[in-house]
Design a protein around this ligand. Structure first.
Ligand code: IMP
Ligand code: MG
Length: 186
């Protein structure tokens, strides 16, 4: 039986059925707990700052920090790409810049999904200039495309299928971010 046009799903989407639920709430919750434990083990010493890339990471980040059993700080980044997004030499501008100091801290950049990885790649070089103690990426979903350009995430929730996914922070034209599961919109 399909869950996709149940009253619960349709109430949340405003009547639009989704093709499939790729990761349900329990699956996401279990994996986020594991990621929190991995991160707790990986950073024994020093200050750890989780930087959530807005807007897509907001739900993932809020669950993730509660699964980390060591001191952390939280801030956000808003990035805007300039020029042709297909040109790898393009620049990225920080529309919102973290207020906290990055120098000497372990920085973990938290992203909802890595597709081509181009934005993240540029962001990594911008952040690297601020002399963090370490700099790594945690992505909930990784489509694993374009292995030559993309930065390698240190922590990954799920290897995502090559579909357009929505929910748990991911949007389509700003809709569906609030879904408690991750669905293939079709
Ligand atoms: P990239 O720079 O090509 O890796 O683009 C990553 C960004 O594209 C993510 O932060 C998302 O905002 C968006 N994105 C990529 N794939 C999806 C998807 O399947 N659903 C929703 N947003 C996506
Ligand atoms: Mg988006």
């Amino acid at each position: 039986m399909s869950m996709l046009s149940t009253p619960d799903v349709l109430r949340r989407t405003g009547g639009k059925p989704v093709k499939s639920i790729v990761y349900d709430q329990a699956t996401i919750a279990a994996r986020v707990e594991e990621l929190g434990a991995e991160i707790t083990r990986a950073y024994p010493d020093g200050e750890l700052l989780l930087l959530g890339l807005l807007k897509g990471s907001f739900i993932f980040l809020s669950d993730l920090v509660r699964a980390i059993e060591r001191p952390v700080q939280v801030d956000f980044l808003v990035a805007s790409s300039y020029g042709d997004g297909n040109v790898s030499s393009g620049t990225v501008r920080l529309v919102y810049d973290p207020e906290t100091r990055l120098e000497g801290k372990h920085i973990l950049l938290v992203e909802d999904i890595i597709d081509t990885g181009k934005t993240l790649k540029r962001l990594m070089s911008v952040l690297a200039e601020r002399s963090p103690g370490s700099l790594a990426i945690c992505a909930l979903l990784d489509k694993q495309l374009a292995a030559d350009v993309r930065p390698e995430p240190r922590f990954v929730g799920f290897q995502a299928p090559p579909a357009f996914l929505v929910g748990y922070g991911l949007d389509h034209a700003e809709n569906f971010r609030h879904l408690p599961f991750i669905a293939d919109l079709e």
